[in-house]
Ligand binder design. Structure first.
Ligand code: PEP
Ligand code: MN
Length: 363
């Protein structure tokens, strides 16, 4: 898949785009008036490129507002006609997809709960066949890069080449300040696996609260994301869904003003030279680290033989606790992050025990 995956750059379907892709609009369309008033304000900001609005809402518990349904398609068409903004909504089954294609929306997106279900994604992909419609695919609620890739592949195999991934965070497994934890390593892994796939960030669903939107949006540009999806509403505190994370169009503009947009390259030879020099020092240090690890492994093996001849266990818990305490203290003195030192030595120790038990179990 890696070699044959040919994704269209965003500019292919949004030729006027010369900034990061910014998609904004309400979490849910509620009334024709709210849809149009929000859109009119957003359309005044040239940084907003696509208007979003949920009309079929996947709610965690039944009984909350589940969206206005198909009538919202008409409102989205009105937005497009009046403002010229391309419009999009979330589709979560074959019926939604048929309706959205019939209404000729410009983009569709697959939500996080749907991406987690291969049956749902396949059902949507089957309807998309032959449509050529740009599709945005949110990460699944759990940080499983294979599941995310699987959804992308299903849509790609339906002949869709205009695909964008959306990072919207993952269900937290413990208390966090964010509604969904960002877990950037899953996003970095997707980028490594599919380097040509544009990825944008959805700070609204990561943050859950307006006050955290800026830090996540900035972080996503620091991480080289290709754009943002940010929810906005003319009167956020009265929104029927996700009230605490939406921004007024005016506040969205203020947030965008503060963001520093970063690029993959600086196009500045001095910067490139200095970066190359520093990177070659990193390369040398990494080689030294690996050589030291290799010397360490040689001693670990010697100890393994020695323990074997004396019938002593590979795992010696007291030594392990002392070693960890000592390394953490040493790391602190050297100003190293405690969790880095702990994770590193856990891995090193795990490998040492494996090497020694292998020695004991051979012959
Ligand atoms: C949304 O974008 O409004 C939405 C429901 O998002 P998610 O699928 O990320 O929860
Ligand atoms: Mn929402």
């Amino acid at each position: 898949m890696k070699t044959t995956f040919e994704i269209n750059p965003i500019k292919e379907w949004l030729p006027n785009l010369n900034n990061p892709l910014l998609i904004s609009g309400p979490c849910s369309l509620e009334t024709e008036q709210q849809t149009l008033e929000t859109a009119r304000l957003l359309a005044k900001d040239p940084r907003v490129f696509v208007y979003r609005g949920g009309i079929w809402k996947p709610r965690t518990r039944p009984g909350s507002f589940e969206g206005v349904g198909s009538i919202g398609l008409k409102w989205l068409q009105m937005v497009k006609k009046e403002t010229g903004l391309p419009v999009g909504t979330e589709v979560a089954n074959a019926h939604h997809t048929e309706e959205a294609l019939k209404a000729d929306l410009d983009v569709l997106w697959i939500g996080a709960r749907s991406t987690a279900s291969p049956f749902v994604v396949q059902e949507i992909a089957d309807v998309l066949k032959g449509s050529n419609k740009p599709v945005l695919i949110k990460n699944p609620v759990n940080p499983d890069v294979q599941l995310w890739m699987g959804a992308i592949e299903r849509v790609y195999q339906a002949g869709i080449k205009s695909i964008v991934a959306i990072h919207r965070g993952f269900t937290p497994f413990r208390e966090t300040k964010y509604r969904n934890y960002p877990n950037w390593k899953t996003v970095i892994e997707l980028r490594r696996l599919l380097p040509n796939l544009p990825i944008i960030c959805d700070p609204s669903h990561i943050a859950g609260k307006r006050e955290y939107l800026f830090e996540i949006a900035q972080k996503s540009f620091d991480m080289g994301m290709d754009g943002l999806m940010l929810e906005s509403h003319i009167d956020p505190s009265c929104a029927l869904s996700d009230a605490s994370q939406q921004l007024t169009p005016a506040d969205l503009g203020k947030l965008l003003d503060r963001l520093v947009i970063r690029h993959q390259d600086a196009n500045n030879p001095d910067f490139e030279n200095r970066l190359d020099m520093l990177r070659s020092r990193i390369d040398t240090l990494d080689a030294e680290l690996l050589e030291m690890l290799s010397s360490r492994v040689a001693i670990v093996k010697q100890i393994g033989q020695y323990k074997k001849h004396n019938n002593v266990t590979a795992l010696q818990i007291n030594r392990w606790s002392q070693l960890m305490d000592n390394r953490v203290k040493l790391g602190k003195k050297l100003d190293l992050n405690e969790s880095l030192v702990k994770t590193l030595f856990q891995l090193i120790h795990e490998d040492s025990v494996r090497l020694q038990t292998d020695i004991m179990d051979t012959e």
